[in-house]
Design a protein around this ligand. Structure first.
Ligand code: ADP
Ligand code: MG
Length: 697
């Protein structure tokens, strides 16, 4: 029933069906059922026309329709009329489907009119209003809310506005019975959580008797949405634990031990040891590992990655480490190559700029198994790259890698390689576990010892010369500084100009030859970027002027000052990432947030948070509160945030309830075969193909 084409619904027909498809993606009865109203209006509540004010957005009025007149010529041609009640008149205007409208509506009759008002020459008007004949007797004493559906200008002009869609939905609901919308949650759960039955919820989200009924319906359907998303992700993880086959890293061998005992430049923190152990256990079971490693900036994820790769090598497998940018890949390469110098393990780098002979040579050696560790950008997952026996894939700063890209890795090996995804807290912990419910989770929640917290201050533009004096003093002590300019993605050109202007200003404060400046930005050719970066790394230059391209990963321990220009233009997690570039060496480090004098409340709040905490988890939570869910890096691709009704932030409590419940259920009944659970399983089956996750397990 629900899969029937919408054209079969009474009152639709082929033409309207086509419009519904094109404009609203409504193809079937089911799509129409899930086209939820964005508001309800009380039909008995009317605004007197004389009371309409410019502050009103949508209003409902009733009155007598005046005669219709055509005005204007050609493209300006329009149909105009007036609606009059006891208190005033409202202008009505139509630009499209003039002939159709002339045929349908009748001047002199009472109409109920709904729409967005605007003011034109001091008078209220409504363009393409939604209209229906008005009969006050018919609705008298009735207690009901009328749904208003999202529609489009085009549909409205074809007489398929929100009101008409409401009629169609009402027809649809009359045709549906409980067996078309079967319950998918067991009665015990409905009772425990006080949830409305499913069929009833669909009725009430569209046509509620009152607000309470509506809210109950929304709550039920939101819960269902969250719960099944959780269930699906958890099942993927469980199935991997139970049935997947993975390469086995059964022993800790020579490479690992030699490195660990003789060449490790520092003692691992307990958190690093704990995570390493989790990885060991996970990769030794014969199941595929799929693990998310979260750890604040500077918490030392790279060494964990390296040790894991040595573990793979000891068991005869190749590894690949993927970084989001060329710069970062190069830095990883240099760092790791140096660390592994004394060991017989070949490390290579492959990026988009590796070309010609060099590329060919690397590809051949990879296929022959002569390269143990490959480091690169996403170029490494491109088709021609064949491994001899890939056993471990590490994805650094994963929020830049999509799910689809991860899936492509599977094609590179006969047995799926283990996967470790590393990220520096772009999302709060609970949220991460929700959004990545299909992954196992590790966290490094401790910074290496001796790290001095970065002192963070907020300064205004008019303190610029004092700030620059401070930078000079630090440079005089032999340190290096970053000066970062914002990147406003909408306009690359503007960004570039901003940066150049900024660079000139910096130059006036820091003239050559006393000072040398490196500059790096997104539009620069890679070799130049690399060269400028290299000069900063080897301390040829004292100052690095850059846009956020250096945001992630870059490691120059001698740098002690991070100056962020127009800091108000950055988001919290970005500021935190940038700040993480300093405080990596032994010296005391500083982060200076430079802003204009006039700051919005939210920007002020961000500066306050930055100066008061250095904890990435806290910052991520705050970031979420300030920005809302629409924009959390790292969760967008995971797909779980694309809920229709639920909102992972505002419905956090519900998310947690659903999560706990899922875990409880799956622990007892991982196959969902117990009585009362089949309905869940059946529902998941009926949804099959809806999720890309099945490809990943
Ligand atoms: P991130 O987690 O941000 O990727 P990195 O792996 O780049 O952090 O590590 C940051 C810095 O801390 C590096 O210079 C690294 O050598 C150093 N480091 C990592 N672990 C330790 C440790 N246990 N003790 C001391 N320094 C460490
Ligand atoms: Mg890192």
């Amino acid at each position: 029933m629900l899969s029937s084409p919408v054209a079969y619904l009474k009152g639709v027909g082929p033409q309207r069906a086509e419009l519904l498809q094109k404009e609203l993606n409504i193809f079937t009865f089911n799509d129409l059922l899930h086209h939820f109203p964005f508001r309800h209006i009380d039909k008995t509540k009317l605004t007197p026309i004389g009371n309409i004010s410019p502050r009103d957005e949508y209003v409902q009025v009733a009155g007598i329709l005046a005669p219709l007149e055509t005005a204007g010529e050609k493209r300006g041609r329009r149909l105009v009329s007036l609606l009059q009640d006891k208190t005033g008149t409202l202008d009505l205007v139509w630009f499209q489907s003039i002939n159709l409208i002339k045929k349908i509506i009748q001047p002199g009759q009472p109409y109920l009119v709904y729409g967005r008002v605007s003011f034109f020459m001091g008078k209220p008007q409504m363009v393409h209003p939604e209209m229906e004949p008005w009969d006050p007797e018919k609705i008298k004493g009735k207690d009901f809310l009328e749904p208003i559906y999202p529609s489009t200008e085009k549909l409205k002009s074809k007489y398929l506005g929100g009101r008409q869609i409401s009629k169609l939905t009402s027809v649809l609901l009359q045709h549906l019975s409980e067996k078309d919308i079967p319950e998918n949650l067991p009665p015990s759960m409905l009772e425990e959580l006080k949830l409305m039955p499913r069929f009833q919820a669909y009725q009430n989200i569209h046509f509620p008797k009152n607000t309470t009924a509506y809210e109950g319906a929304v709550r039920r359907l939101k819960f269902e949405e969250i719960f099944f998303a959780q269930l699906r992700l958890n099942l993927v993880r469980l199935e991997r634990h139970r049935f997947s086959k993975g390469v086995v890293f059964e022993k800790v061998g020579d490479l690992f031990n030699r490195f660990y005992n003789q060449h490790l430049p520092f003692e691992l923190t307990n958190a690093q040891k704990k995570v390493l152990k989790e990885i060991r256990v996970d990769t030794g079971r014969g199941k595929q590992m799929n693990r998310l490693l979260q750890g604040d900036v500077g918490s030392g994820k790279t060494i964990v990655a390296l040790l894991s790769m040595l573990l793979a090598a000891d068991n005869g497998y190749q590894s690949v480490l993927m970084a989001p940018t060329e710069i970062l890949a190069r830095q990883h390469f240099q760092g790791i190559k140096e660390l592994l110098e004394p060991l017989p393990a070949e490390v290579a780098i492959l990026t988009g700029t590796t070309k010609g002979k060099e590329r060919k040579r690397i590809l051949e050696k990879l296929a022959a198994g002569e390269i143990t560790i490959l480091i690169g950008t996403h170029a490494v997952i491109e088709d021609p790259v064949q491994f001899h026996n890939l056993g471990l894939v590490i994805i650094d700063e994963q929020h830049r890698f999509g799910v689809a890209q991860r899936a492509r890795l599977w094609e590179k090996a006969t047995l799926p390689p283990h996967v470790l995804v590393m990220t520096a807290t772009p999302i709060p912990r609970t949220l991460a576990m929700t959004a990545y419910g299909d992954l196992d989770y590790s966290v490094i929640d401790e910074l290496p010892p001796g790290r001095k917290p970065v002192q963070t201050v907020h300064r205004y533009e008019n303190d610029r010369s004092l700030v620059m004096d401070f930078l000079k003093a630090e440079i005089a002590l032999g340190r290096q500084v970053y000066i970062i300019f914002p990147l406003i993605e909408e306009s690359e050109k503007l960004d570039y100009e901003n940066l150049m202007e900024g660079y000139d200003v910096v130059k006036t404060y820091f003239p050559e030859p006393q000072y040398w400046i490196s500059m790096v930005h997104g539009k620069m050719p890679v070799h130049q970027k690399d060269e400028n970066m290299r000069r900063f790394v080897v301390h040829d230059t004292q100052i690095m002027v850059a846009t956020t391209v250096i945001e992630v990963g870059v490691n120059v321990p001698n740098a002690s000052v991070m100056l962020i220009e127009s800091a108000e233009k950055f988001g919290l997690s970005q500021l935190h990432q940038l700040r993480g570039r300093v405080g990596r060496g032994a010296e005391k480090s500083y982060c200076i947030l430079l802003t204009g004098k006039k700051l919005g409340n939210e920007a002020r709040e961000r500066m306050k948070i930055m100066t008061s905490t250095g904890n990435g988890f806290v910052i991520a939570e705050k970031d979420l509160e300030l920005r809302g869910p629409g924009d959390i890096e790292g969760t967008r691709q995971s797909g779980i945030l694309s809920f229709k009704l639920a909102d992972i932030v505002n419905d956090r409590v519900m998310v947690n309830t659903a999560k706990e419940l899922c875990e409880r259920i799956l622990k007892e009944d991982p196959d969902l075969s117990q009585p009362g659970h089949e309905m869940m399983r059946n529902f998941l089956h009926s949804q099959k193909g809806k999720t890309a996750w099945s490809k990943i397990s």
